[in-house]
Ligand binder design. Sequence first.
Ligand code: TRP
Length: 537
Amino acid sequence: MNESQNGTAPIEAGGDADRPQWGSKLAFILAASGSAIGLGNIVFFGANAYKYGGGAFYLPYLLALFLVGIPVMAVEFGLGHVFRLSFPMALKRVAGMAGEFLGWWTLVNAGIITMYYVAILSWVLGMMVYAFNALWAPVSPAVPAFGMAAGALSTPMAVFFHMISTWTPVFAVVVVWFLNAYFTWYGTKSIEKAVQVFVPTMWAFMLIMIVRGLTLPDGNHGVALLFTPQWEILMEGEVWKGAMSQIFFTLSLGFGIMTAYASYLPEDSDQMGNAVATSAMNCMFEWIAGVAIFSILFAYSIVPKASTLAMTFFVLPQGIAQFPAAVTFFGVAFFVVRLMAGLTSSISLVESLVSALIDKFHLPRFGAIVTFSAVGTLGSIAFSWPRVVDPTLDGNGTLGLTLLDLFDHWAFSYGLIMSGLGTLLIVAWKYGAERFAEQLNKTSRFTLGKGFCFNIRYIIPCVLAAILGLGVTNELKDGIYGSTFPVQNFMGFDGASLATACFAVWAIGSVVLAGVFTFLPARGKHADGDPEQGDPL
Ligand code: TRP
């Protein structure tokens, strides 16, 4: 089966015969859409849509989806298809060291996102336990650790602050990382098992939720809110930036994930078709969740919050608490579903990083998984446990300026888009957009023509560069994110220096780590992945 040995393989092929493969096309679609569907779809979308002007958000969102999202996904899938290698190794085939560096940098940036994503999942798990009863108590408990009296906060808020002031987040982080390792232990085989159960369950539950939401008295009015445009807001660059970041995040683009997942497909796969199917599933799920959530909030006249974390942990539980029946069922199930959705996303990054480590260094899979999970556990604890920054917990407990917020600002709003821009420059300019399209067209139902090539060569890079430029301009104008934050002394730290330190750790740390992975020599049979070593492009 190893075609690169009998000489019939296209010269680009880089994978080997023992590369894992998805058991079926369905398994792949479940895994790719499971990666795409995550916390981003269930609450971030609604919070962003609300923050950026309700219905008006749809215009930038849809433009970002069709103009940028689907084509970039086709490019990321295409890289895996053409080279049958993980992200850094595939980019190395096209652009040597520079390409490989971008690939590792992407994975490091995504690794940081994974650490705080798991921190959020650990809170979801922690809150799930309380959803069996305490979360629905009429009067909120005191939160002694943060100095808040009984009744001072809404019940979900008080429960949340109580939860994060105990050891629960640490314990929950360990559980979530254990599950990440468990579901990636046998690669595609174990991922398939997880997504076959989790993804259909998530859909079933969201369909129940949309029916529940719309049948609440006045529930349908929430939908109107979500679809009532505020056109003025379209003039603000921030909205376009927000829409683009949301599209990258929700579609799992700029993580290096889709390339690894596509590299496990048979050679005759239709990658443009896969990109359309995966994006469609993702966005349908997102819209269903958006309508479900807004109808619930509206039915109980709860003002949605622009903060995604507030939506997840305080606002929605307040709505569910007022359901006429089955509060505990809906409450617990909602946290369970969010945990499942998050896990099918986080395992996709674990798999992509592990796949890259195996491709380059020929590490044993189990060793790579255990090492990454151990590092990830420590990182996630730093994000999830307030005692890390303030052992006495004498801060006021607002979620204003936490480590999570500070890293999210760089890794999410800039990192993903930077990776996307670099990938397009390498694929469309170095490899050649037409040549790339030709490769994909061989096995694709949709023919990628001149429009696609023009788009990935000129339009998308310009759009992404403009968005990054806008961000940097604002950063220079207003001071580095967080350095002028109103909460100056957060949890015993001077807010400004904490913010600057986080930026430095993200910027310098990711470059150094990516450099180390790039310059360490390849080992084992994939040392031949190096174009300089006699593998012509
Ligand atoms: N697409 C996911 C979402 O919408 C985010 C995501 C994808 C992710 N892959 C990930 C987050 C890996 C962390 C790690 O929520």
